[in-house]
Design a protein around this ligand. Structure first.
Ligand code: S3P
Length: 172
């Protein structure tokens, strides 16, 4: 059976998609799913290990599969890995869905992700890499989003409330 997620969360790594996604799912009384977790469970390896072992292109192929499965399978809240929107087929699948883009500025991003070795794309010179990533991706996040929720200086609870308000969704 084909389902449609109630809410899809997109945005850069470290913006709080998992934390906010779980809070949002709780408030809406639905299940939470995270496509990075699906990949790790299916592969029995961490994301960093997949990048090191097989490279980014191989990871993106696994990610595309995981995202397409989750979007067809899950009717709760689903959070996508930060780079999932790089894929044009994935962006097309998101058209017409309820998609929240969690955004943050560069200083907040470096604060939250700078020293996190589990994120291979930011391992060296995080500020510069994050700027470059966002230059390439900002318009793609905006393209798929039905709502943009800034997270700077907000707690996860405040971000969750802002997402509920923006979507005008009723709580469980
Ligand atoms: C990536 C984001 C990560 C993970 C991988 C690549 C990206 O997910 O998929 O490290 O390209 O932005 P999170 O956004 O959940 O950290």
């Amino acid at each position: 059976m084909s389902r449609v997620p109630l809410v899809v969360l997109v945005g850069p790594m470290g913006v709080g998609k998992s934390t906010v996604g779980q809070l949002l799912a709780e408030r809406l009384g639905v299940a939470y799913r995270d496509t990075d977790d699906d990949i790790v469970a299916a592969q029995g390896r961490t994301i960093a290990e997949i990048f090191v072992d097989e490279g980014e292109a191989a990871f993106r192929a696994l990610e595309k599969q995981a995202v397409h499965t989750a979007l067809a399978d899950h009717d709760g809240v689903v959070a996508l890995g930060g780079g999932a929107i790089l894929d044009a087929d994935t962006r097309a699948l998101l058209a017409g869905q309820r998609v929240v883009y969690l955004s943050m500025d560069v200083e907040e991003a470096v604060k939250r992700t700078g020293l996190n070795a589990a994120r291979p794309l930011l391992a060296v010179n995080p500020r510069k890499q994050w700027r470059e990533l966002m230059e390439a991706r900002r318009s793609l996040y905006e393209e798929v989003a039905t709502a943009v929720v800034p997270t700077d200086g907000r707690t996860p609870e405040e971000v969750t409330q802002a997402a509920l308000d923006a979507l005008e969704l009723k709580e469980a």
